[in-house]
Design a protein around this ligand. Structure first.
Ligand code: F6P
Length: 492
């Protein structure tokens, strides 16, 4: 079984004199100004949830965009800071971006072009030449930060996500085989028909093919990537090795379904801190119901939040006897609000919550509580613990770690997971109640199944899901990736 300790040992042994460097856009810890004071927060999101425990176990260096308004005040002259700030285990090197760079690279090309292009959720990508130029420029900036850290040493650079498609090429051009790169694409890869609309498809493919290894959550996304290469550029596909050879350089393409730090989440969910948060939340939201349903997402059009609310509305129309007996808490973290599609979505959710609450409310009871605020990690866990039903309904998602985190907190094997079949997690968590978020009628019926499922069945399903999440934990994900790349075996 892969554990934190096993991964640490493997890294020490296998990496030898190579530095371990992670690169991502989002930084794991952010410093902000609050009421005249500098405070820090752990960032939310899939990449941080996954990589932070690995870095804590293995030390190393993480390079990311310093996006907090107090970030500059807290670094040393090399833009470094030890994190987590309350218990330092590894180094964070912050890269500074100008407003124009952030606009073009992050809001523009990464999130208005690549994000909708990769997720089939029928939001039209927007390709702007000026955004592309910023994307290129910022990828060079990250390459410079990596090269600054490496100097004349050798390094294993582990690149995260769609913000960095050009970085591997820039690194290899500068350092050749002194750098090994593995790149994990945390979101889906679209089919070739969708990908071919991207005006910069050749540059993106060539950037990614500079990697030694390129990982996706599931095999289907690997196959989509290989088909895109086949259709768009000159390269040799080696079906046997599941690799692509371009200009004499081989890139292994592999699926690595990401996981969570199961043991840590389990331990945290039994802590006094979480128990205290649960009590506070119960008091704050007057949570005295037969059951509590929970949705917990970044506000994003891929997450199926409107579809979930519509299904809830239909559920109450069809089964009014449940009114007054439950509450649906939708926790939402606002993000990417400079992009019109995100702002509009936020407005649409507000309007729909208002409409549903007006339509179904009775004697002071409102079915939906929409809460938007930053939650500390223990608070997130407290919400999971309070929820009898967790609804995860993306229209398309590479994996979705909310589903796996929820399962990790259900120590007493209670709790029902309602999960979109269009997430990577649905391939592993077959004992969830699987839904199609586009089919509102069936979705509402599945909510009824969740509410009425008998205890024995709830338990049996949860036990199986917990075993799966415990086995395929985050250390296994990192370990599998490393063993594939560095060619060693680990007996599980
Ligand atoms: O999972 C995709 C992803 O972009 C991650 O890289 C990130 O952790 C998460 O979504 C949150 O997005 P952002 O960093 O843009 O807030």
């Amino acid at each position: 079984m892969w554990t934190k300790e096993a991964l640490k040992k493997v890294i020490e042994k296998q990496l030898g004199d190579y530095l371990l460097i992670v690169v991502s856009n989002r930084e794991p810890y952010i410093h902000i100004q609050k009421k005249g004071k500098t405070v820090w927060q752990r960032s939310a999101g899939g990449v941080v949830t996954a990589i932070d425990p690995v870095m804590k176990a293995c030390s190393g260096l993480w390079i990311a965009h310093g996006s907090g308004d107090a970030d500059k005040k807290t670094v040393d002259s090399d833009n470094r800071i030890q994190v987590p700030p309350d218990d330092p285990r590894y180094t964070l090197h912050r890269v500074w971006l100008t407003k124009e760079e952030e606009d073009g690279y992050y809001y523009g090309f990464a999130n208005e072009a690549l994000w909708p292009l990769s997720h089939i959720s029928y939001t039209r990508p927007n390709f702007e030449e000026s955004d592309w130029r910023m994307y290129e420029k910022v990828n060079r900036k990250f390459a410079d930060a990596v090269l600054y850290e490496i100097k004349d040493k050798k390094a294993f650079v582990w690149i995260q996500d769609y913000h960095m498609a050009l970085l591997p090429r820039f690194l290899k051009e500068a350092k050749g085989n002194n750098i090994i790169t593995a790149h994990f694409w945390h979101i889906p890869w679209p089919n070739p028909e969708v990908f071919r609309i991207c005006p910069k498809r050749t540059e993106i493919l060539e950037g990614l093919l500079a990697n030694d290894l390129l990982g996706f959550h599931i095999r289907y996304h690997c196959e989509n990537f290989i088909s895109s290469v086949e259709k768009e550029i000159e390269a040799r596909i080696d079906r046997e090795r599941f690799s692509i050879i371009k200009g004499g350089h081989e890139t292994l393409i592999r699926p690595f379904p990401i996981g969570v730090d199961y043991e840590y989440v389990e331990r945290l969910s039994e802590s006094e801190e979480v128990k205290k948060y649960m009590q506070n939340l119960k008091e704050e939201f007057l949570l005295d119901y037969d059951f509590i349903m929970l949705g917990l997402d970044r506000i994003d059009y891929t997450k199926g939040i409107l579809e979930r609310l519509r299904a809830l509305d239909r559920f109450m129309e069809r089964y009014p006897e449940y009114k007054g007996r439950f509450v649906f808490i939708q926790m939402g973290r606002l993000s990417r609000l400079h992009i019109p599609a995100y702002k509009n979505l936020n407005d649409d959710i507000n309007a729909l919550v208002e409409e549903i609450n007006w339509k179904h409310s009775q004697e002071g009871w409102h079915p939906v509580l929409f809460v938007r605020r930053h939650l500390s990690y223990p608070e997130v866990i407290a919400f999971y613990k309070l929820a009898n039903i967790c609804v995860v309904s993306p229209l398309h998602d590479g994996m979705n770690l909310v589903a796996k985190e929820y399962v990790s907190t259900r120590i007493d094997n209670s709790g029902v997971l309602v999960l979109s079949q269009f997430t990577g997690s649905a391939r592993e968590l077959e004992d969830a109640i699987l839904i199609n978020p586009y089919d509102i009628e069936d979705f509402s019926e599945k909510l009824k199944d969740a509410v009425t499922m008998d205890r024995e069945e709830v338990k049996q399903r949860m036990v199986k899901m917990r075993n799966q999440v415990a086995f395929n934990n985050i250390y296994r994900w990192a370990g599998k990736l490393l063993s594939e790349l560095l060619k060693f075996e680990f007996r599980e």
